[in-house]
Design a protein around this ligand. Structure first.
Ligand SMILES: [Zn+2]
Length: 244
């Protein structure tokens, strides 16, 4: 049992949280959900110890309540934004697995908000980095540092094209080089799994974008050919987490 006097939410003491959970377990109360979001996942991203403490009860509601599934997933997406997030989450690994199953099931129905749910799935699978940084590939730009010469390189995947370039303040993306998407059969995890999921659900643009993101790029500065996903992960994962 959670001792709610020992945890804090986004507004300090978390005493209201168990009362609000009692309320939504009894009936749908929009105001209670609004306050739970505010206290457990402020602005859709700020999580606290109370957020993780509430996960088991939200997970129990999730099979029959879309609100609970969405809030629980949003909390898991915030794991790395809390200093003890990963540690707090290990005590609810069963719930996380269950939530992942529910989101996966939902994705198979090809919902209108597929991309948001796909991001939830990534977080629930422990892919926090891609959950936070991957777009929908309509107009995505990823900044990486070339592993060969450390030049700042822009990777574009979207309607403007799929290329690597040097971003110039005045002249835009110059010295463009065409990206080399990975053939689906050569993808490695997590790219392989991500691609297979999007492909299974008929999400053509997402599946294609993943092949580009997990493919290779030529550096316009030194012609070194490098793996985009590896370079992007290195550039964006905080140093303290690299040893995990
Ligand atoms: Zn280079």
């Amino acid at each position: 049992m959670t001792d709610w006097t020992q945890v804090v939410d986004a507004h300090g003491a978390a005493g209201r949280v168990p009362l609000l959970l009692d309320q939504v377990e009894r009936e749908e109360v929009p105001e209670a959900w609004e306050e739970l979001w505010d206290r457990l996942c402020l602005h859709g991203e700020t999580v606290s110890a109370a957020s993780f403490a509430a996960l088991p009860r939200l997970a129990a509601l999730a099979p029959t309540c879309a609100q609970a599934l969405e809030l629980a997933s949003a909390i898991v997406r915030g794991t790395l934004r809390h200093p003890d997030g990963e540690a707090l989450l290990t005590s609810c690994s069963n719930e996380v697995a269950q939530l992942r199953g529910l989101v996966d099931q939902e994705l198979r129905t090809r919902p209108a908000d597929y991309n948001r749910l796909f991001g939830d799935l990534l977080a629930l699978a422990g892919q926090y980095h891609w959950s936070a940084s991957m777009g929908d590939f309509t107009d995505d730009f990823y900044a990486v540092s070339c592993p060969g010469c450390e030049a700042e390189v822009t990777i574009a995947v979207g309607d403007y094209g799929c290329y690597t370039a040097i971003r110039d303040w005045d002249r835009g993306d110059i010295e463009r080089r065409t990206l080399r998407p990975a053939p689906a059969e050569e993808l490695r995890d997590p790219g392989r799994w991500m691609h297979a999921t999007a492909d299974r659900d008929g999400q053509q643009r997402l599946a294609e974008g993943i092949r580009y993101l997990f493919g290779r790029a030529e550096c316009p500065a030194c012609a070194n050919v490098f793996n985009i996903a590896e370079a992007h992960t290195t550039a964006n994962v905080p140093p303290a987490l690299e040893t995990h």
